[in-house]
Design a protein around this ligand. Structure first.
Ligand code: UD1
Ligand code: CA
Length: 455
């Protein structure tokens, strides 16, 4: 069986009240349409056709990829009309219809649906609803066979009472689709070309309509406004949280945890509340992440401890290293094993050797720090001269006194010491003490100024 997928994404989404096309609104850091494309790809189709209309250029620009064929639907004349735009491009024998604003559909559900497709049979995904308002209703005969879908606005009272709703997702043999599309009419309450009319056509052509249901109704829930978007977001997050817990992660509260990317986890990881994991994050065994941390595109090796309120991006933290509370670790930073980064420390493109320490109130940018080197509180690298960035190199076992300014480029050899409060502009050899500050002078009998009396 060869498969092609059509994703409908041309609608406006008025209720979003947004300049952004509806399908580009994000769930977990990726656009809704991006999620649907991601799931579609896992079915290994020959091609994916994305029908675009409102905000077409923005959608194309954001999601362009070799395996995607964007088809423009100039006017949104209905779901049937939308599918018809893609038909001339399809060459495979099975077609699956998905929606750019129904982002949580599970690959496993679609696989089950696809098993229903045969030359004389199509697969329709339906859902049992407490309140089916707004949905097309699945009409069955006395034997329980599907005979048609009736849209809410075209339904009579008996049909409106049906609680089995059309998800819109269906898989069908392509051989019939072109002809069915040419038979669609817009003679209905909304004056639209309904895709759902193909069900009655299929039945009259002697095909069987086989139905499948998702395990979870949220899979087929669309987002028409920001409230629904937030419900899908939370559902996605709870699902992501459950997956991590199943792999050996303790989440202090899955309702206060967000993943916006791909996370790989080890065992016995502990994640406190309000943690956001973004992009590609790798977390090895025994890592502890404190509350209110953002970790983006980073690797945390075994036993890393991140304390509260830390922001970590584009970094690799070595085995047993620790950071925070209130650490800011920026791209290009590597901490070797057991390095320590304390509170109010900012690192950018810095390499801290094994066991190196920057405990308090420090900025290290474009810096190479040797093993066991200790950086005193308030130390900064002056790495930018207003035009270029320069490097600071500290050897092993260096001791940098508190409140040192390291004016780059500067090289401090292994075992050297700088005195507190120094501005270091010259290289220091090993075993030297560098003092770069004015000598203290004590003035005897100093009288403090007196406060002027108000007249
Ligand atoms: C559709 C179904 C309904 C089903 C419901 C599930 C039809 C006629 N009705 O109704 O049976 O219960 O979805 O949510 O199919 N779109 C286009 N181009 C168009 C029209 C729509 O791309 O010309 C896209 C929209 O962007 C949207 C999707 O198709 O993503 C569904 O369209 P919408 O108008 O929301 O259909 P419903 O009236 O909700
Ligand atoms: Ca809809």
């Amino acid at each position: 069986m060869s498969l092609e997928i059509v994703i409908l994404a041309a609608g406006q989404g008025t209720r979003m009240r947004s300049a952004l096309p509806k399908v580009l609104h994000p769930i977990a850091g990726n656009s809704m349409l991006g999620h649907v494309i991601h799931s579609a790809r896992q079915l290994d189709p020959q091609r994916i056709h994305v029908v675009i209309g409102h905000g077409a250029e923005a959608v194309r620009e954001r999601l362009a990829a070799d395996d995607l064929n964007f088809v423009l639907q100039d006017q949104q004349l209905g779901t049937g009309h939308a599918v018809a735009q893609a038909v001339p491009f399809i060459k495979s024998d099975t077609v699956l219809i998905l929606y750019g604003d129904v982002p949580l559909i599970e690959v496993e559900t679609l696989q089950r649906l696809l098993t229903k497709v045969a030359p004389q049979q199509l697969g329709l995904l339906t859902v049992e609803l407490d309140d089916p308002t707004g949905y097309g209703r699945i009409v069955r005969d006395t034997a329980g066979k599907v005979t048609a879908i009736v849209e809410q606005k075209d339904a009579n009272e008996a049909e409106r009472a049906i609680t089995e709703g059309n998800t819109g997702i269906l898989a069908l043999p392509f051989a019939k689709l072109g002809e069915w599309m040419s038979r669609l009419s817009n003679n209905n309450a909304q004056g639209e070309y309904y895709l759902t009319d193909v069900i009655a056509m299929a039945v009259s052509d002697g095909l069987v309509v086989a139905t499948e249901q998702p395990h979870d109704a949220m899979e087929v829930q669309g987002a028409n406004d920001r409230k629904q978007l937030s419900e899908l977001e939370r559902h996605y997050q709870l699902r992501a949280g459950r997956r991590l817990m199943a792999q050996g992660v303790t989440l202090r509260d899955p309702a206060r945890f967000d993943v916006r990317g791909e996370v790989t986890v080890g065992r016995d990881v502990l994640i406190d509340i309000n943690v956001i994991l973004e992009g590609k994050v790798v977390i090895e065994d025994d890592v502890v992440i404190g509350p209110n941390c953002v970790i983006k595109d980073s690797t945390l090796r075994k036993g890393v401890v991140i304390k509260a309120n830390s922001h970590i991006e584009g970094a690799v933290l070595g085995e047993g290293s620790d950071a925070g509370p209130f650490a800011r670790i920026r791209p290009g930073t590597v901490l070797e094993a057991r390095a320590h980064v304390g509170n109010f420390v900012e690192l950018k493109n810095a390499h801290l050797g094994e066991g190196a320490k920057a405990g308090h109130l420090t900025y290290l940018g474009d810096a190479e720090v040797g093993a066991r080197t200790n950086i005193g509180a308030g130390t900064i690298t002056c790495n930018y001269d207003g035009a270029n960035k320069w490097k600071t190199v500290l050897g092993e076992d260096v001791f940098i006194g508190s409140n040192t300014s390291l004016v780059a480029p500067v090289d401090i050899s292994a075992g050297a010491t700088t005195a507190a409060g120094s501005t270091i502009t010259q290289d220091v050899d090993n075993a030297q003490l560098a003092v770069g500050r004015a000598r203290q002078k004590n003035i005897d009998g100093w009288k403090r100024p007196e406060k002027l009396k108000k007249s």
